[in-house]
Design a protein around this ligand. Structure first.
Ligand SMILES: [Zn+2]
Length: 171
């Protein structure tokens, strides 16, 4: 596998590969807001969504890759929990998974966005771990499902309370 990454000009793999099911929804997982910076739908490269976020430490590019399709538009603001696409196996991939990577960048005077340390052997991608703490919600899907189930329980409770009140009224 290392030879494959080296054939792409990389020192080694430049991000995380997370196991995913076919068409599994992918949610934006940064704790704050981001802006969709670039959408790619290319027969060779695959389908990917690049999002920029700005925080106290700089401007960062988050990439989500190998999608079947995306559901966001360029320039769109996204926040934690927003659906961005559906996982697949497009591009340089041998099985359905989500590729995620992180890079720091900066805007040039002419408005173009450039990665810092592009020649670091990973095309500018950096180890997310030092940056990661408290900035990412790793289980957005779980949180969304949990919130839905809490809401569902509340609705059921309200319904049964209304039922009790109506029954009382009839007596
Ligand atoms: Zn990968």
């Amino acid at each position: 596998m290392l030879a494959f990454y080296q054939s792409l000009g990389l020192t080694a793999h430049n991000g995380f590969d997370l196991v995913a099911k076919d068409l599994e929804p992918c949610y934006f997982n940064y704790y704050g807001k981001g802006k969709v910076y670039r959408l790619t739908d290319d027969p060779l490269l695959g389908v990917g969504v690049d999002v920029l976020v700005q925080d106290t430490e700089g401007i960062f590019q988050l990439r989500f890759w190998h999608f079947k399709s995306y559901v966001v538009k360029a320039g769109q603001e996204v926040e934690s929990g927003d659906l961005i696409g559906y996982c697949d196996n497009t591009g340089q991939s041998t099985g359905t998974h989500l590729h995620f990577d992180l890079a720091e960048g900066t805007f040039q005077n002419n408005g173009t966005f450039d990665l810092i340390n592009r020649d670091n052997g990973f095309f500018g991608k950096i180890d997310p771990y030092p940056y990661w703490d408290n900035r990412f919600v790793l289980d957005v899907k779980y949180n969304v499902e949990e919130q839905v189930s809490i809401l569902q329980k509340m609705i059921n409770t309200i319904k049964s309370l209304i039922g009790l009140l109506l029954n009382k009224g009839q007596k």
